[in-house]
Each structure stands twice: as C-alpha cells, then as structure tokens.
Design a protein around this ligand. Sequence first.
Ligand code: TMP
Length: 210
Amino acid sequence: MTGRFITLEGGEGAGKSTQIRLLADWLRAQGIAVETTREPGGSPGAEEIRALLVTGTPGRWQPMTEALLLNAARHQHLAETVRPALAAGRWVLCDRYADSTFAYQGAGHGLDPDLLRDLHRAATGGLVPDLTLLLDIDPEIGLARAGARAGNETRYEQMALAFHRRLRDGYRRIAEAEPQRVAVIDAARGVDAIQADLRAVLSDRLRPGR
Ligand code: TMP
C-alpha cells in the first residue's frame, strides 16, 4: 500500500518544523511508519541547491532563477526521498512543497501562475499532496518569531514586509480554491493548541490507524 503525502505550508516563523516533529511522534505512536523531510532540500543534491537559495542577499537571484532552482531541487527530492518512501508505504511529512512556490515566487515575486504550473508539471509529474496543512500567521508576528531564531538562512526573512503580506494572501487563495486538500490552521497561538488542531484535521481527513 502506498503511503500518504502530507505537506505543511506557511510564511516565516509559523512553527512548521516543531509541529512536524510532534505530528510525526503522534503518528508513530499509532504504528505508522513516518518520514519527515523538507523543501528546498530533503535529499543530498537538493540540500546543496537549498544552500544557494536560503543564503546571501535578497536580490541574489532573479525570481525565475529561483523558480527553476526550486523545481530542480523538488525533482531530485521526489526521486531520492519522497517517492521511494511512499512506494514503501511510509507516510511523508514534508515541510513545504509546491504551494510555497506559488506563494513565494508567484504571489510574492509576481511570476505567472500558469508558468509555475507548467514547471510544476515538468518537475513533479503533477504530484499533489493528499493533505496540506497551512499554518496561517500575520507576517509581522511570524517574522518576529523567525528573527528570534536567527541562524544564517535569512535570505527570505530579509525581504520586505509587503512581500510577506502578498505571499500570505497567495496561500489563502490556494486554500480557498482547494478546500478539500488544504486545511487552514491559525498559527498565532501556542504550540499545543496548533498541534491539537493539526491532529484533529489529520484524524478527520486521513483516519490514521484505521
Ligand atoms: P524554511 O525556512 O521554511 O526551511 O524555507 C526556506 C525558505 O525557502 C523560506 O524562506 C521559503 C523559501 N521557499 C520559496 O521561496 N519557495 C519554495 O518553493 C520553497 C519550498 C521555499
């Protein structure tokens, strides 16, 4: 039996990585084999491409160059990590996937969504997640949280607030257009409240353990 492909999405500082870890623990406790991964990255070659994308100055890449690099990394990640795990029956929890490209490079940077859809088809064969959990947060709150975390992967965090507002709107439009796939979670709350909602959505829509 093939596994399930679940993606977490959201702007900066939404808390995706903490929530993925907790969700994975919960699913494993129910006897489900789970793999956690991330984009850009998630396989050796894709992690090398990630380093190009998340470091350096905000204006380092043309938006189209970013979209191509992201899709190149995604193709490699699917081949090396995601598809083998799903084929082996494991559930894959992925921190970001194609919706990030529609939100950041589309809504944020203004690339044509039809062009992004073409790239998506070429890079992934049109692979769509079984479920997407959108952690929605006001970018001002999210960026403050992300800033506290620091590190050197700050290229996108340095982009203007207006950029982050556009990408939040972009995510919300995706959720409105595809409510069966995308569940919106209010991420301006504490870790436990968010996790409880995520588990409720998963139980309702994917029925783990049954
Ligand atoms: P992370 O900080 O959530 O690990 O993500 C790395 C950065 O990459 C984040 O600032 C968003 C950005 N990104 C895009 O712009 N487009 C994409 O398609 C993906 C997957 C990430």
